[in-house]
Write a protein that binds this ligand. Structure first.
Ligand code: CTP
Ligand code: CA
Length: 224
């Protein structure tokens, strides 16, 4: 405990957090993205730093200020996020993948603005390609003493989908949450399930700050 009674139970630990959306340009003015405020990821980074960890936050574009005492790496695309996260993952004790990575990107990026009604330009048919899965790509190389936490943002069948993601993405814990219609996105509270190989249970509705501490508490249990 420090002078204000806070625990430093993450002292000496390195924590990686991915947060926010990624944006995938079509041309200099247009992009594709996924919905995300970044609040959960930023709360995780702040909580981990407060608890003594050395934190790297890899963040897509969000309207939040970089937390104090955290190494924040700003990225735009999923591929840039993968590169930045890869570097920090190698030495991370705990990696939490809370980013809402854009699932697809335009296959080609135009150097100049695509003008409607121009010969050869058809904005109604844009070819897309799938982005790399950052969590799955990195977690498959997980060392035994690393703890990996992922999320599952679902509109339906939260538990079943979260359980599937636990195994396909090689995570130790999946935080499942229901999204849509005023739920989770942009709000300050969240109601989630914790899904691990051993157990699945619901947590009560709580603030994203409190949830961040719950996730870190749970991650620490995997070290024991
Ligand atoms: N994730 C990731 N890279 C991606 C897609 C997802 O790292 N390209 C991570 C997210 O950060 C999250 C988890 O994978 O921790 C699940 O993301 P989610 O969007 O719920 O699942 P997807 O695998 O993308 O599948 P779908 O969106 O079709 O449900
Ligand atoms: Ca997705």
């Amino acid at each position: 405990l420090d002078e204000v009674g806070m625990t430093h139970d993450l002292a000496g630990r390195r924590v990686l957090v991915t947060a926010g959306p990624t944006v995938e340009p079509l041309d200099p003015v247009r992009y594709l993205t996924n919905r995300s405020s970044g609040k959960t990821g930023y709360a995780l980074a702040r909580a981990a730093a407060r608890r003594g960890a050395e934190v790297t936050l890899v963040s897509g574009p969000v309207a939040l200020s970089a937390p104090e005492g955290v190494r924040t790496v700003h990225v735009e695309s999923a591929r840039d996020m993968l590169v930045a996260a890869e570097a920090a993952f190698a030495t991370a004790d705990i990696a939490v993948f809370s980013a809402a990575v854009a699932d697809v990107r335009p296959k080609e990026v135009a150097a100049q603005k695509l003008k409607k009604g121009t010969e050869g330009v058809d904005l109604s048919t844009i070819e897309l390609v799938e982005n790399p899965d950052i969590l799955a790509t990195l977690a498959v190389r997980k060392r035994p003493e690393q703890v990996v936490v992922g999320f599952a943002a679902e509109t339906n069948d939260v538990i079943a989908n979260a359980q599937k993601k636990l195994s396909t993405k090689h995570a130790d814990l999946i935080v499942g949450n229901e999204v849509g219609e005023g739920r989770a996105f942009g709000t300050d509270d969240n109601e989630v399930w914790f899904v691990s190989a051993e157990e699945t249970y619901a947590l009560p509705l709580m603030s994203k700050d409190r949830l961040a501490d719950e996730i870190l508490d749970k991650a620490l249990q995997f070290f024991k």
